[in-house]
Ligand binder design. Structure first.
Ligand code: ASP
Length: 444
């Protein structure tokens, strides 16, 4: 069986549908493979770095509506963007009327409905341009009232649409609840819509077309010309994207993973590139001992010290329950005999750090509490690390000989990643040293 008999979901992100030129690229890609029957689109994104995303403009429009400010400036930009695509491609639908109606009815709409119109209008244009049917996500993706996906209802609807139409275009980012109200996914959630469709039809592959040729082993703003990751497992990708490598929405992985559907990241502007394939397990030799490096700045560690702490049952729990009272998610808890640290994101403790520390001091009475901000966390991820002895030795050795002080170490229990905490000023250098150690010096 060739590629042509595959059941595929093909999703294009915002920059792939940003203007008429991008629409033409999409058409070329879709028409070059007959199995690209079901196409999902985002709303038009940025054409240049300083441009606006339609979805951002729609949020802005909603804010104007909410505060009763005249929004004609914003509606004009949105209108012009969509009409220029329609006119440049010579499409016939009465988009002018649809847009007028939309802008006239803003007062009756909620935020989700307003911001969903970016993908809605984009999908209508794309459907006409490709000669495919338009299928509204509101009729297909069903949310329960608790905002989770109703898989039974959604699967039935998706399958029914696929039975009815050989080809369709589907707007990403939204669905509807049992009351018929529009509900959106988190920002960037068009990727989730595509993954849901793929799961519902048990697709052979979920293609996700964007503006980069997949994942790189490190951030190209830090490492010059990093190597491409051609194959990565879902779990490795989870680790890397949690730590800041962003190409695909994190929540798009679960639906695909459940049915073991490979996700293929591809570049609309360079369709000849191989891209990155994300799947459950990967056979064969891996080029390097690690798969990738990612990291984030902006962490604070709170060290709690008490002599003979390890003899006191329930001590850590008492401290953690205070942190929990403030609703602060915890990244890591490195510990030793008489102390442990809680590593949290600065953004989660901005307003409450001192209050929370004061409570820990008053209620738990440790010998002392020390907070340290300006921490960066860097994860080195690789499915083969556990099998290869010496990986962590090599990592720490390299950082040490480059005078990078490690203030925290955490290794995942699945031995698939090693995370180090360093000073924010050492962030770039750390990524570079790890890359050089495991990639540059190992290049064959
Ligand atoms: N248009 C939506 C956003 O910007 C969803 C997406 O692009 O995936 O968040």
């Amino acid at each position: 069986l060739g590629e042509h008999f595959m059941l595929k979901i093909t999703k294009f992100g915002g920059s792939s549908v940003a203007n008429a030129t991008q629409f033409k690229k999409v058409k070329g890609i879709v028409e070059s493979d007959p199995s690209r029957q079901y196409v999902v689109v985002s709303a038009p994104g940025k054409r240049t770095a300083s441009d606006n995303k339609i979805t951002d403009l729609l949020y802005l429009l909603d804010a104007h509506r909410q505060y009763h400010v005249d929004a004609s400036n914003v509606t004009k930009i949105i209108r012009d963007r969509f009409l220029s695509i329609k006119n440049e491609l010579g499409l016939k639908q009465n988009l002018e009327k649809d847009l007028d109606e939309f802008f006239a009815n803003l007062a009756k709409m909620n935020q989700a409905e307003i911001v969903s119109r970016g993908e809605y209008f984009c999908a209508k244009l794309m459907a006409e341009y490709l000669g495919y049917a338009f299928v509204d996500a509101a009729d297909v993706i069903r949310f329960r009232m608790d905002k989770t996906i109703d898989w039974d209802a959604t699967t039935k609807k998706v399958q029914a649409k696929c039975a009815k139409y050989d080809h369709f275009v589907f707007p990403g980012f939204y669905g509807s609840n049992a009351n018929g109200q529009i509900q959106t996914f988190p920002r960037g959630g068009g990727d989730i819509s595509g993954a849901i469709l793929a799961r519902c039809i048990n697709a052979d592959i979920y293609e996700n077309w964007t503006d980069v040729s997949g994942f790189l082993m490190a951030d190209p703003r830090i490492v010059k010309n990093p190597e491409q990751i051609t194959h990565i497992t879902y779990s490795e990708l989870r680790e890397l994207s949690y730590m800041g490598a962003s190409v695909l929405h994190e929540d798009a992985i679960f639906p695909a993973k459940e049915k073991n559907i490979p996700i293929h990241i591809l570049n609309t502007n360079r369709p000849q590139d191989k891209g990155t394939i994300i799947q459950e397990s990967i056979e064969g030799e891996q080029p390097y001992a690690i798969t990738g490096i990612a990291g984030k700045r902006g962490f604070t560690s709170i060290l709690v010290y008490k002599k003979h702490m390890s003899n006191e049952v329930g001590y850590i729990r008492k401290v953690l329950s205070i942190v929990e009272d403030y609703n602060v998610p915890i990244e890591h808890i490195p510990s030793s005999i008489d102390s442990f640290s809680i590593v949290v994101a600065d953004s989660d403790v901005e307003d409450i750090l001192y209050e929370m520390v004061a409570r820990i001091k008053n209620e738990i009475k440790p010998d002392y509490v020390k907070t340290k901000s300006g921490l960066a966390l860097i994860s080195t991820v690789g499915r083969n690390m556990s099998a290869k002895p010496g990986t962590s030795g090599k990592l720490f050795g390299a950082l040490g000989s480059n005078h990078i002080n490690i203030s925290m170490i955490a290794q995942g229990s699945d031995e698939m990643n090693i995370t180090v905490g360093v000073k924010e000023e050492d962030f770039n250098k750390t990524v570079q040293v790890i890359y050089d150690t495991f990639v540059t010096k190992e290049k064959k």
